[in-house]
Each structure stands twice: as C-alpha cells, then as structure tokens.
Design a protein around this ligand. Structure first.
Ligand code: CTP
Length: 392
C-alpha cells in the first residue's frame, strides 16, 4: 500500500487515529490526513503532521492553488480512503451525498476502496438511523469495520468502541487486497506436532506456526476458503479461517485427509515430527525408573501420501534444512510430487523457527530457484501466493 488518505472525524477515539497513522507510515505508506473541523477539537493537527511528515488538510478552500483543486488532487493514486473514527454525523452525510467539508467531499470523489470505522456511543450505534446508514455505506461498496465491545468513553459498557489501531491496520490491508484466490478451497497445515512419551513429556520442535498462520491469513484476505490444520501454537486464528487443532502427526494426517478431497491447493507449512515413541506411558515416567532409551516408530509422511493422490491439485511444501538446502529441497519436491517447495536454511540469521522474518528460496519442478531476501513472514506469505497464483 503506497498512498493512504486517513480521514479523522470528531469522536473521542480520534486520539487512537494517531497510532493508526503511525502504523501505516511504519508499513511504508505515504499517509495524508484529512480532519473534519470537529476532529481538531479532539486532537491537534500537529500530531498527525509530525507523524506523517505532511501538512494536515482541514479546509475546503485554504489549500487551493490556481492549477490544483485540492480534493481531486489528494485522491490521485490513493490506494485507500480510510475514515477512522467515523462519527454518526459524518456517516449520515456520506450516505446522503452531502459534501460540506473536505472529507465528505473526498468521499464523493473517491474511486479507490473506502474503509469506514464507525465509533460512537452504544445507543447512537444501535439507533436504526445509524444502522440503516451503515447498511447503505456497505451498499455503496464501502468496507465497514465493526466496532469493538468494551468500556466506552461515556462510561457505559457495550458496542461502539473504535477497534485497536493494529486491527484497523490489518482490516484495511485485507480490504484492499486483490481477491485473486476467490472461491478457491485451500488447506494449510501449520505449527509443530507433538509426540507424547507420557502425559507430561513430548518430542517436538520449536515451530511457533507463524509462517503457516501468515499463509492462512493471506489466503483468506485474498478470497480463498481456508482450512487450517494446526499443531499447538499461541497464535489467534486469522479471521474467516476454519481451524482444526491437532496434536500428533497421526492426528494431522487424519485431519488433512478428511479435508483433502474438496481442496484445490494444499500448503504444508507444518513442522511435522518424523518419529513417535513406540509406547506412550499412561502415567508420568518417574525418575527412579532409570529410563535410558526411548524406542521410536516412524510416522507416515503426510505430504508424500498427498503427492500420491495429487490429481489436479497444487501441492506446496516447506523444507527446513541445515546443509545443502537447495539440493535437499529439490529432491523433496520430486519425491513428494510437489509443484513448489519453499526452503529455509535454519542456520541463516533471521530464518526459520520462532522469528517474525524468514529468508527462503522457492524452487519449482523445473529446478528453477528464486532466492528471496530476508523479509517479514506476512510479506513472504503474499509473495508465495503470488507465485502460486501464476500456477493456478
Ligand atoms: N512433512 C509431512 N509429513 C512428515 C514429514 C514432513 O507432511 N511426516 C512435510 C512438511 O510439512 C514439509 C515437508 O514435508 O512441508 C518437508 O518437511 P521436512 O521436515 O523438511 O522434511 P522431511 O520430509 O521430514 O525430511 P528430513 O527430515 O529427512 O529432512
């Protein structure tokens, strides 16, 4: 997202909009803030000017020059018009086509996606006039974000609170993504599997599920129907994603095959235990048992089995390697009958388990290697999907 027009209206939540602006700036966007006259009663334009590095637009006419009409000029190349907070008053004006300040005028002239974040007292929010107007905004094609439940500025507890800046940021980015996976049934596996030795101990690995969850979120944002089969993680299920929680490799195997039939795309980002203890003790193993060896049995390779029944599906695997990464990964791609494999060398800084970044190479069936720089897993997820979209 390159250019964001952030409209701020006169609600108490306007103070949170400063953080929204900051998140977009940190994400690399050029942010231009437009405030209604009432908004300037709640927060000083100087705050936004300092955070965005641009003057704040307020008046309809003050910024006009002989060759530019400000409200049209401001919308040039805009990726999104985001109004947060949006008061009942501004929403009503937008719905009625009233253009009595710069923000409401911009709304009528905007051809980019529009995201509205209503925020107000619960009784105002529940009033049928406001609810009717919100429905009309949606009919206009706006993306409207639901307010949060919580303690409102007026002291009442209920729905109407502006969502947290991080959530507004994520909602806006999701709203303007191209829906190039629309209607596609997909399956993503993520996180580690665990193989218990006894009720309190298990064999596992340090996977946190970040990469798989980023892929599930990215797929959902781009319109896919996503089933996420996940080992233990502390991550929240991304919006719109159907999650199935599993513990062992065998449980993951069963969950994958129960959902494989309808899927057109499978991405296996899970870090799967290849072995399990031959016997699981029913009670905690005590230290005076003098246990010195654990007998292991091999788990089934889920991806290998999927590859045998591939049909017209696309299969994408991950490979975690510590040496000869590219050669090993390409061998895995061929032996498991995959279309793409994403390989990370666990010894490289910033790559692998439990970090927000990754440095990977993507290899296709022909052996062509795309080496990517270190990037955030969220960004990487979209890059992987871009590659998959070319194959679909
Ligand atoms: N995988 C799987 N089932 C297994 C093991 C791995 O589905 N029992 C999948 C992983 O989810 C990943 C890919 O296979 O997409 C490669 O996993 P990796 O652990 O790198 O390789 P392995 O096949 O287990 O081989 P090795 O441990 O010898 O490197």
């Amino acid at each position: 997202m390159k250019k964001v027009i952030l409209g701020v209206t006169g609600g108490i939540a306007a103070y949170k909009s400063a953080e929204v602006a900051r998140l977009f700036v940190r994400g690399g966007a050029d942010v231009h803030v437009v405030m209604t006259p009432a908004a300037t009663e709640f927060i000083a334009p100087l705050t936004f000017q300092t955070l965005t590095g641009h003057p704040v637009y307020r008046g309809m006419y003050a910024d006009w020059t002989s060759d530019k009409i400000r409200h049209i000029d401001l919308l040039d190349n805009a990726d999104v018009l985001l109004v947060a907070p949006a008061t009942a008053n501004t929403i009503a004006k937008m719905v009625s086509g009233i253009a009595d300040n710069l923000l409401t005028t911009l709304y009528l002239a905007a051809r980019c996606p529009v995201v509205i974040v209503p925020s107000m007292n619960i009784n105002m929010y529940n009033h049928s006039a406001v609810q009717d107007n919100i429905r009309k905004l949606i009919a206009h094609g706006c993306h409207v974000m639901d307010p949060d439940d919580g303690e409102l500025a007026c002291g009442v507890y209920g729905r109407g609170r502006m969502p947290e800046p991080q959530d507004i940021y994520a909602f806006t980015r999701a709203a303007i993504r191209p829906k190039d996976f629309s209607g596609l049934k997909t399956l993503v596996s993520a996180g580690p599997t665990r193989e218990h030795l006894d009720p309190v101990r298990f064999l596992s690995n340090p996977s946190t599920g970040l990469m798989g969850y980023a892929l599930a979120r990215a797929l959902s944002e781009r319109g896919a129907a996503v089933t996420l089969i996940s080992g233990h993680t502390h991550l929240n299920t991304p919006p719109g994603v159907q999650k199935i929680a599993v513990t062992t490799t065998e449980e993951m195997y069963n969950a994958v095959f129960e959902n494989y039939e309808q899927c057109r795309l499978v991405i296996k980002a899970a870090a799967v235990s290849d072995y399990r203890p031959l016997k699981i003790a029913e009670q905690k193993v005590k230290k005076n048992n003098d246990l010195s060896t654990i007998e292991l049995a091999k788990n089934r390779d889920i991806l290998f089995e999927l590859g045998k029944q591939k049909g017209d599906r696309l299969l994408v695997g991950f490979a975690a390697e510590t040496e000869d990464a590219v050669e090993n990964a390409h061998d895995k791609l061929l032996s498991k009958n995959l279309d793409l494999i994403v390989v990370n060398n666990l010894k490289e800084p910033g790559a692998g388990f439990a970090v927000a970044t990754n440095r990977v190479s993507i290899i296709d069936r022909s052996g062509e290697i795309e080496q990517l720089p270190l990037m955030e897993k969220e960004q990487l997820a979209h890059h992987i999907l871009d590659r998959i979209a070319q194959l679909l």
